[in-house]
Design a protein around this ligand. Sequence first.
Ligand code: AKG
Ligand code: FE2
Length: 369
Amino acid sequence: MGDNINSHGTELPTWHRPAKTTYDLPWADIKVLDLGKFETTSGKAELVEELRDAVLTTGFFSLTDTGFSAEEVQRQYDIAQGFFAIPQEAKSRPEYKCDFTVGNYFGYREIFEKTIMGTNVRDNVELYNFAKFTPHNESEIRHPWFDQYNAEIEAFSRKAVDVAGKVFELFALMLELPPDYFSSRHRYDAPSDDHLRYMSYRPRSAEDDAKVQDTWSRAHTDFGSLTLLWSQNVAGLQIKTSSGEWRYVPPVDGGIVCNVGDTMGFWSASYMKSTTHRVVRPPADQLDGNRLGLFYFVRPGNDVDIKPAPSPLLKRLGLVAENQEDAAPVTGLQYVRERVKNYHNHSDYGNRKGQHFQVGGLKIVDEAE
Ligand SMILES: O=C(O)CCC(=O)C(=O)O
Ligand SMILES: [Fe+2]
């Protein structure tokens, strides 16, 4: 059997990366950091300051020299494209679908299942989230179509957590904490709701998009600690800047776009920004195919307490009390499951502008008024 023929007896076609847009869009100023500098002491110190600038402003940054080859990334896109191309009924059997009733986001999220903003326009996203390939996830959803690719998907996922681990070390140094303060709370082999994700948006008619203000993914902050998004050429992802303007996230060839999520915001007493972002209808020259995305969502360890870290810096800034006590801190799993349930367990994806979400003492607004 050749490389391109899979055990399903079908070919795994090569995914072709769409060209960049020729439109002059209002791009956001997202800093590009060379992660190769992590290997030297002086380079690491520089990265900490570059990262500080990023987390205090946009909460987004791009990484280059991450150790991922173009071939490894291409392979993930090929597998993703192959999966989304199988018949709908093979993807959407109930045993393969995310169970939003309990906030479990592992498995397949079906396209066209929900309506948008109370209209008759349907959600144009489908995605598949892989639970970590660890013994504690043995009972989690695994679609059998992926069986022959699991080893390489696992290797890719582990490598993503290695990259995230470097970023977590830089975050800890930034906050003057022990270097492993955050990485120890996000270990690949410890239970958490981390997931590698394949995500596909299917273009809608201009008429339908107009009914939902061109929204492909409503404004939100990310639920976990850190999101890794392999740079994508199809414009559409926008961040809400501190002045309230929407700006497009620019592609970075061979890079990974990262952003801080809610739980990192809580640990840093909001020193780090969990920035509101959304996806809108792409420009006219990028609407002829699906917008395929590759992500790794780092969630906090299931049993980890989510509360401000005892950072000397945050104490000096008055963001954390000297002897803070939290009677009943929320755990990583509690926060993430409640958040997924609150966000997804509905038949319509409504606008969340100004809506608060709270678990214990942890409170967020997806999009401030
Ligand atoms: O598709 C994208 O570019 C971003 C999606 C996103 O923000 C998310 O799924 O959390
Ligand atoms: Fe997001």
